[in-house]
Design a protein. Structure first.
Length: 94
């Protein structure tokens, strides 16, 4: 395995997980819709969604399906704390 191959290990799984998050954010609320949006098989979608659910990135709500989870709020808050609003707004205010 060369250096380029080593750098790519795990990126497909990460890309799929991020694509599932994007699908849920855009309104896909069941695994069939998520699989169609992401372009994965039902079994792959099920594994990724289960992992994201165990990790708190998505939740399943009866009657609504999958929604984004609270772990994303935690990450958003941490990102905001690391990049103050003034730094974000400065280019638009100048």
């Amino acid at each position: 395995m060369d250096k380029n191959d080593q750098g790519m290990l795990g990126t497909q799984s990460l890309a799929r997980a991020l694509a599932v998050l994007d699908a849920v954010a855009s309104g896909c609320s069941d695994q069939v819709a998520i699989a169609q949006s992401v372009g994965t098989t039902r079994s792959t979608t099920s594994r990724v969604v289960s992992f994201l659910q165990r990790s708190g990135f998505v939740r399943h709500v009866d009657g609504r399906g999958y929604i984004l989870g609270a772990r994303l709020i935690e990450l958003g808050a941490a990102a905001l704390a690391q990049l103050p609003l003034t730094s974000l707004a400065r280019p638009f205010l100048q």
